[in-house]
Design a binder for this molecule. Structure first.
Ligand code: HEC
Length: 137
């Protein structure tokens, strides 16, 4: 009986060692492709809202805008609530981001951002317009 038990333990240990060995081989292979990071995520790369969020976070917008609180400029969620999430709003807001704007939310103007391309500004506008949960239509 003991002999069978020992043989079974030996077999189990053998299987454990083999499977650990193959796991190591798998992770070594995965390392060859490099560690995936968010910026390399193909879905995020194609999603203009996700791209817009990164662009807004990397730009100076947060000096004057908070996602949910009014600072110097309106909260980006308030902007999202004011406009329909349509291509027309995306174009309008992108133009404001690039050229600056004033008089819609109060006396304080938004500084122009001539270094931001219209395409990037449209991604930023899509991110802003998504903040109230509305989908583009
Ligand atoms: C110097 C402060 C400041 C910075 C920096 C700034 N904004 Fe603004 N933003 C404002 C103000 C003030 C308004 C309100 C302007 C108005 O009343 O027409 C505004 C308005 C907006 C609007 C709404 C425009 C409208 O006509 O309703 C959007 C969208 C916007 N900002 C996005 C951005 C984005 C994206 C960035 C970063 C690239 C940015 N802002 C950077 C101050 C700023």
């Amino acid at each position: 009986m003991n002999k069978i038990k020992n043989t079974l333990i030996a077999i189990v240990l053998f299987i454990v060692v083999i499977s650990c060995g193959s796991k190591k081989a798998e992770s070594a292979n995965a390392e060859d492709y490099g560690t995936p990071d968010e910026s390399a995520d193909p879905v995020a790369a194609l999603d203009p809202v996700a791209q817009g969020e990164s662009l807004v976070k990397a730009s100076d917008c947060k000096t004057c805008h908070h996602p949910t609180n009014k600072i110097i400029g309106p909260s980006h969620t308030d902007v999202a609530k004011k406009y329909d999430f349509t291509q027309a709003s995306v174009t309008l807001l992108a133009t404001k981001i690039v050229s600056g704007g004033s008089g819609v939310w109060g006396e304080i103007p938004m500084t122009p951002h001539p270094d931001i391309t219209q395409a990037d500004a449209e991604k930023m506008a899509r991110y802003v317009l998504s903040l109230d949960g509305e989908k583009e239509h």
